[in-house]
Design a protein around this ligand. Structure first.
Ligand SMILES: [Zn+2]
Length: 182
């Protein structure tokens, strides 16, 4: 009994650790926000630049999606329109709310989708506006400043953008029959 007890003790600790570490990750994965790439321009360029300091000392809380002026900005997930506004820095911008406390923000739009109103339901991929350079983006290359907020706090959107862009490219390749599977 003693010998079994000694042999099993480390195993019990490992199982306890795995239980503590693995279980929350599984829960997290189930709730993970799945993004639809928020632009329709396949030549959209973006970098991992969340959290970098800007010349005026403020922190960049999003990722800039550079694309053709006037190309479509689309809803990153199913949800509702929370804001359709104009700000001095943000320019024309839209905020969408989604399940599990997520929000997506789209700033510097050139124009809004026709008829878009606060409270409207949106489906992932619905057009909400068009790429521009309004607000403090005036004079820069057209881009959408894109943010994801998780329960009121901005989080790094880059991994979500990257994953959604890769899913989009892959789905186009599958449709075109360019993959070994269909
Ligand atoms: Zn930006």
């Amino acid at each position: 009994m003693d010998r079994w007890g000694k042999a099993l003790a480390p195993l019990v600790v490992i199982v306890a650790l795995l239980g503590g570490v693995v279980a929350p990750n599984v829960a997290l994965a189930a709730e993970e926000f799945v993004l639809t790439f928020p632009h329709s321009d396949p030549d959209t360029k973006f970098l991992s630049e969340y959290g970098v300091s800007k010349p005026d000392g403020r922190i960049h809380r999003g990722v800039d999606l550079f694309a053709k002026r006037g190309s479509e900005v689309v809803a990153g997930a199913d949800g509702f329109v929370q804001k359709v506004q104009r700000g001095s820095r943000a320019g024309l911008y839209v905020v969408l709310t989604h399940t599990d406390g997520y929000e997506t923000w789209y700033l510097h739009l050139g124009s809004f989708a026709e008829g878009i109103e606060v409270g409207d339901p949106v489906a992932a991929g619905d057009v909400i506006g068009y790429v521009g350079s309004t607000g403090n983006a005036a004079g820069t290359s057209p881009h959408t400043h894109f943010e994801i907020h998780d329960n009121g706090r901005p989080i790094d959107p880059y991994p979500f953008l990257r994953a959604s862009f890769e899913r989009w490219v892959l789905s186009q390749q599958i449709e075109a029959g360019e993959t070994p599977f269909r």
